[in-house]
Design a protein around this ligand. Sequence first.
Ligand SMILES: [Zn+2]
Length: 400
Amino acid sequence: MMVRGFWRALIVGAVFCLTAACASEGARPLDAPGTSATTTAQVAPITPSISATTTAQAAPNAPPAVARNVKFNEAGVAFSGFMDKTATFYLRATSDMPVQSVTLNYYYFSSVPYTQTITLDSPQKELDISISGDNDLYVFGDGLGRAVVYRWTLTDTSGAVSVSPRYAEVFKVRNSEYDWRVIVTDHFHVYYYGGGERLARDTIAPAAEDVYVPVTSDFGAALSQQVNIHVYATRADYLGDAAVKWSGGTATAFEMVLSPVSSLSSAKAVIAHELTHNVHNVVARSNKGPSWFLEGLAAYEESKVASTSYANELANSARRGALLPLARLESTTSQDAFVNSMVYAEGYGVIKYLFAQFGKEKFLSLLEEMGKAKSLDMAMRDVYGKGVAEIESDWRASLK
Ligand SMILES: [Zn+2]
């Protein structure tokens, strides 16, 4: 049976928070240690880690509730569009007094809530409503594995308000066309579908375990939970669902999405790269710094486990006198392919220099200082005694 979108979401009830009880269970920040709901699942419908997980953040603004006989029977979110950028919230509820207006509060990324209110044409005791969020959920590089936290407020014809429990749902790669299944390894959940099983089992899973220790050892500690890898069966599927055109993968804390790869060595390269983004996210508490820094770090780790072209590109550009100032390499959204390639190549060079010059421990301190919401420049001054500009000129001098 093909059931799409909203209705499929309702049928796969386990992925939703249907009751007040589940909204209060296991409150924890998304990046905190904890056991994923998928640990023991051998075969998983869609993405089972989309469990109803509340965060430790404050709830969206909620007026004081007045006792009323109101039942919040079902609440959920259906995601659609590129990288799940559109969220449609729905609610089924009953009230002994007719409900006049319905307010949705929700937030994601930060604890600043959005509010949308609808007034019903005719007050109703039985509600079955949905509201599409006005705000795109997608932000470059951060569209995966984040929670939308929301609650509903009902105002009845007497003016009394009833506030629902707080619900939360993680949005990420989600395409109801794919019947995702999972392979569980020591450090990863590898999701695949359709004809992707051999790729997942024989290439992705062993490659991921191979690179796990080399990559995480530079960050001082193992990850507190398994990383979810979603690997697409075809490039076209990847591009259609969750991808930035030129990328081979994307990552946030504990989530990685991969385009299919052709060999074990290319699997190691892309997984080491994305795993670095995962660990970096966790250690620096999502304050990852400018693109040359975060991509340089991923390129550096990638180069430890696979042969890469970053060192050559860097050397060639240096020889031609074509190196760009780091200030021009702060994002990967340039339309200029050369600028984008230098984000990686120069970033690689600087990170390699930092490891060689100051060592692993200091680098880890740098990330931890950034985790205290310091800028890269400020964190560098605290840890290395030099800001970005001075590090940049030292590094350039080292290339001569
Ligand atoms: Zn990257």
